[in-house]
Design a protein around this ligand. Structure first.
Ligand code: ATP
Ligand code: MG
Length: 313
């Protein structure tokens, strides 16, 4: 059996509901012009984007029987292997209210269903099983309420013990504690990196130094995303920067998840750090040029690669 090249882990799934309103009236009655639901959750988005990039992808995490079928349907429709654990209850709904009049988006994110120690024990067991048959395990986003803030640390330790390469894309205590388990790669954005190191980072040089300090803690690759400013990548020997590309931006939701998938595709294709950064930035840029969450169409990738200019820093 072929191993999964990427398995995305989603411990706080969501249904993202995009509502359109013309002239949002705070405190009043608003008429919804359109409502579209789609499966959300970073771990799932990473698996879906990886599949779009041609990788064998699986997804695990929690799915709730009340309304979780949209997630299962999305995974199966896109050819991502469903390795999720099923529980009673409901997936939280994250409302993204788009006001046509002002072009402003207001987000109202649900908290997520409480999970207990037994559900985490089941997840840990599943992790041990999946890490044996996955090259990369990606831990993305928040975790369900009730889970400890060392949840990713504990799961990374299990996956590392099976020789699986772990990628951590989280913030706050989940990131800080997760790093102590020495994931192979992390992908903070600037805010997440600044929070982690506890100081503002004002120049590319300062960002690079902060990233290099994390390498000294046992992380092999630090990929820092800087929104429209681009991204930089650091390992023990090298540091590279890819400035952002000016494109017609349609939707930035899920850009970070597409970036993680692109980076893994780069790591699978080549041992060159520049190639990892090129494919990471390429997938992320491609995804912001598309309507909807994440990477839905890879046809523009080649022309984007031609525009990415990577420099040593
Ligand atoms: N406005 C933009 N224009 C061009 N590229 C962008 C833009 N926003 C994001 N990107 C691309 O997407 C990458 C990831 O974006 P960003 O740094 O916003 O990630 P993030 O904060 O982790 O996002 P997410 O909300 O998905 O977690 C950037 O490094 C860049 O390559
Ligand atoms: Mg992110």
């Amino acid at each position: 059996m072929h191993k999964y090249q990427v398995t995305g882990v989603c411990l706080n799934p969501s249904i993202d509901r995009a509502l359109t309103i013309d002239g949002f009236d705070y405190g009043g009655t608003n008429r919804v012009l359109g409502s579209v639901d789609c499966a959300g959750g970073k771990g799932f988005n990473v698996a879906l984007a990886a599949k779009k990039l041609g990788l064998r992808a699986a997804a695990t995490g929690f799915v709730f029987s009340g309304n979780g079928d949209i997630i299962l349907h999305t995974l199966s429709e896109h050819g991502v292997s469903d390795q999720t654990l099923h529980f009673q209850g409901k997936v939280r709904v994250n409302l993204k209210v788009f006001d046509k009049a002002t072009q402003v988006v207001t987000e109202l994110n649900g908290k997520g269903q409480m999970m207990d120690a037994d559900s985490f024990a089941q997840m840990s067991h599943k992790m041990d099983e999946l890490a044996k048959i996955s090259h990369f395990m990606v831990f993305g986003g928040s975790v369900a309420p009730g889970l400890p803030d060392d949840a990713y640390k504990l799961l990374i330790e299990i996956a590392n013990a099976q020789g699986c390469k772990c990628v951590l894309d989280a913030e706050g205590a989940l990131l800080k504690k997760g790093i102590t388990a020495q994931p192979f790669m992390i992908k903070p954005n600037l805010f997440e990196l600044e929070t982690l190191v506890g100081t503002k980072l004002n120049t590319i040089g300062e960002i690079k130094t902060a990233a290099q300090n994390l390498i000294n803690k046992g992380v092999e690759i630090v990929l820092v995303s800087l929104g429209q400013e681009g991204a930089l990548i650091v390992n023990e020997r090298k540091a590279k920067f890819a400035p952002g590309i000016k494109v017609d931006v349609k939707n930035t939701v899920g850009a970070g998840d597409s970036m993680v998938s692109g980076a893994i595709k780069g790591l699978i294709d080549s041992s060159e750090l520049a190639e990892t950064l090129k494919q990471a930035a390429g997938a992320a840029t491609c995804s912001v040029m598309q309507e909807g969450t994440g990477l839905t169409d890879t046809s523009q990738l080649k022309s984007i690669y031609d525009k990415i200019k990577i420099t040593d820093i």
